[in-house]
Each structure stands twice: as C-alpha cells, then as structure tokens.
Design a protein around this ligand. Sequence first.
Ligand code: GLU
Length: 551
Amino acid sequence: MTEQAKLAALLFPNSGRSIADYEALYPPRPLPAGAPVTRLAPSPTGFIHLGNLYGAFADERLAHQNGGLFFLRIEDTDEKRETAGAAEALIGALDYFGLRFDEGVTAGGETGAYGPYRQRRRAELYRDVARELTARGLAYPCFCTEDELGEIRASQEAAGANFGYYGLWARHRNLAPGEIERRVGRGEPFTLRWRAPAAAAAVTVQDGIRGRLVLPGNEQDIVLLKSNGIPTYHFAHVVDDHFMRTTHVLRGEEWLSSLPVHVQIFAALGWEHPFYCHTPLLLKAEAGGKRKLSKRKDPELGLDFYRREGYHPRAVREYLLTLLNSDYEEWRLGHPTAPMEEFPFSLARMGSSGALFDLQKLNDVSKNVLAALPPGETADFLRHWAGDWQPEAAAVWTAEREYLAAIVAIGRREANPRKDLVYGTQIFSFLRFFFDPLFTIEDALPDNVGATEARGLLAQYSARYDHAADKESWFAALKRLAAENGYAEKPRDYKKQPELYKGHVGDVSAVIRLALSGRKNSPDLWEVQQVMGEDRVRRRLEAMIQYVGQL
Ligand code: GLU
C-alpha cells in the first residue's frame, strides 16, 4: 500500500464503494444527445431570494425547451444558516410560481434515480470520493486551528503576500505520515484540503452567458471537507453535478471567482465539467446609478414579498422573462395572447452585465397579465390570495363571490380593457368601497359644491334614478340634472364662460361618485352602479344625503 493509500484508510472508514462504483450507480442519463440537464441548488436559509427564481426560471426553460430535465437539489450543508421548515417553504414557493421539477426533492419526498437530493444525506458519497482523492495524493488533512490560520494571515500581511492557504504557507501540506497518525490518534479535528498544483496555468472556460473567460489558475489548497466531515460548496458542487449528470450549471456571478478551483478539481478527477453559465446580479436603479439589490434595504428581494403583496405568479414569471431575455417584450408585442412558454428562450441573449430590477415594470407587466385573464380566474386568484394573506378581504370576497367577479369584470369587455388591477393589496384597497362592511367616505366634496347644494343634487338624482336606463340615457339624464341646477353640460362650456355656471357636469357626477364610492376617482360610474345593484345604489345615496346633512 502506498503512503497515500494508508493515509486515506487512516482518515476515512471504507464503505466498500469506489468512484467506479458510483459511476455505475449513476450512469449517464438516457437522454438524447445535447438535452440539457439543469438543476436548482438552493440553500434552505429561510430567505427565498428573487435570484433563486430568476435563475430557476432560466434553468427550467433551458431544460424543458430542449428535451432535457430539471431537478431540485437542496444544499443543506450549512446547518447554522438553516431554519426549520425552510426547504418545505422553498418548495412551496417555487411551486407557487409555477416551476415544475422533473426530479429531486419534492414536498412528498424525493423522486429520481440520482439521489439522495439533499446534501446532508450524501455524506457517505463525499467521504468515498474524499478517500480516493487522498489515496491519489490530491488531498491531505490539515489540523490548523483558527488561531494558526490567523497567524498565517498575519505573516502574509507582514510579508505583503497573497492571503490563503497555499504553497509554502500551507503548513500541513507535507506533514510526515507519523505526525498525521499521531494527531489523528489523539482525535485532533482536521479539515481535508485540496492539494493545488504549484504554479497553476491560467484556465480558459467558455461561459454560456459571458463567452470565453480566461481566469488565473487556482493555487489555493481550499477546504474540501470541513472538520465535521461536511463538504464545502466547492467539493459538493463537483461531486454532485458530476454524479447527478448535470450538463448546464446556471448560477450567480458571485461564483465566478471560484470557477478555476472547480475546473481544476473536475480535471484532476478526469471528469468533464458542466457548461457554466454565470447569471448577472440583480440590480436596482437608485438616484445616481445602480446598486445590488440588498436583503436589508429591498423587501422585493425576498420571494415572500410577491406572495404577500398578491402578485399573480404569472406576472412575476413573465416579468422575469423580460429580465432574462431582452427581446422578450418585442416577442410579447408580436404574440399578445401566446402562452409565454412559447417564447424561444436563449442563453446567448442573456445579458451579462447586471439585470435591472424595476418594480414599476413588474407592475406594468402585472396589469397586462390580469387584464388578459378571464375575470372569473382573477376573482378566484384574489380570493385565494386573500385567504392566505388578507383576512379582511377574504371575508367580504367570500361572502359575495359573484359580486367580486362582476366587479373585476368592469371595463374588461372593451377592446381596450381597463388596466388598473395590479396586485392583491393594491386591488383590495382599490375595490374595497364596493363592499358595504369596508365602505367609508374617503374624499371631500368638490370645492365648488357646498353641503346644502350637494344634498339637493343627491336628492334629485335619487328621486329620478332609473336603474334600468342604459349608459347613454343615464348620462343624458345626468346632464339634464346638471343643467337644471346651473351646471354646464359640457366642461368646455364652463371653461369658456365660468361666470355663467356653478360648475359643470363633472362636479355633479363627482358628488354622486363620492356617494357611491367614497372617492374622487372610481371606474365608470354607470358600470359601478350596474354592478352594485339598485338596492345598494339607493342605500348609498340615502346615506350620503344624511351624511352631508350633518356637515
Ligand atoms: N447553494 C448555492 C447557492 O445557493 C448554489 C449555487 C449553484 O447553483 O451552484 O448559492
């Protein structure tokens, strides 16, 4: 047995499985040549990042548009950062936004032949690969304590050398076998380090988004296994994406700097590395420039935000497509009703220089998505959302289901449908006046209409109100009422000769609008009345007459 093989046997119990056994256990996938295998590999920290969804959506499109497969792996190696139920919450959130995985972790357990798909359950596999790396002289144990690492750093600082554990600074790189045996025998904790080649040559990698990258070769003896036997991201990435047969790794650009390490480990093991695609950061415009979205400052960075605020999942997905491929919007204009899945997503058209996230833009997309949805579906979506997040809305929307559907349908039959429904909380406050338990007078009478005047107008309007009148005759009657009371029938006339009138028809309708909606602005008044129904209209007019009487 070589010294290295002895060392491997000393450090790691033998499970009886070799890398070759794993190659057989996880054979290349039976997919057509060129079919991408992609994965989402989130860490269950409890905070679900918009970037997760952004990347996941690109992964999903890439796989499903090209006959491939998309799976979910949970990277739960960092127990300290993990929160209870986080993986389940993550799965729920991804599902909510319509992401469908073909295999991996699911709410009901794991599916697929390349698991386990939670890294903590893969400990034996990492250990077996680590043993073989050690036996091949590619890894070694390091017993350095935090204090010793601090000392190395201080000496490097004094010497003006690069930081890290490498070359001559790597104290335990060449420990004598006897010394290692003694330390292991004493139960000293150790990490397993990668034995980086001295003077590594620069690496060239073809990135799916950034094109050809030339990066400095890695000389750092990075940690592969922590002292508790848990792998670092680097090691787990190489082992998992190899044995899960991932073909395309889409991940954030923060991983670019460790790419040389990954390429190096893949090469040393004789494995082909996946096709890397480093996605740009999500940026936010701010006075004077752009900055990275921040967890602390920007609530919209967390996926919870969109559920809590009640964005339709389709709106979020569609918006993310506009961020992923800049020509999406153009495609959408040419294909206004096509399902977004028909858009030919392409990696090559993903920008590499930071995706500018803009809530206003999301709102615009959301308006269009809701305007295109059948009103019944919008109403169902809203009720669902309210059930989870907005009990006040849930109570009234559930009590009057049909009414909600009719409200949502206002102005939607026209060729140019109204686009004022954006997201749950906005819609709730926008529509609350329709529901008696939530109705209040929020705005004031027009400046030129006093309380007594308003009372008179309301009384006449109420007395003559004909719920069966169509829109035109209703409006003609309103103009008559205005004229009889000294208001111009047309705003234009009033503007020309204001001294002749008290105001114009718009002031009269404002009083009625205030009675019915409590506001200065509302959707089309005639439609509002039709949807409210005659009883409700009459009750509100009556209540307003009482109300202005007390002003
Ligand atoms: N767990 C890593 C992260 O959440 C995954 C990165 C990757 O996709 O490889 O950042």
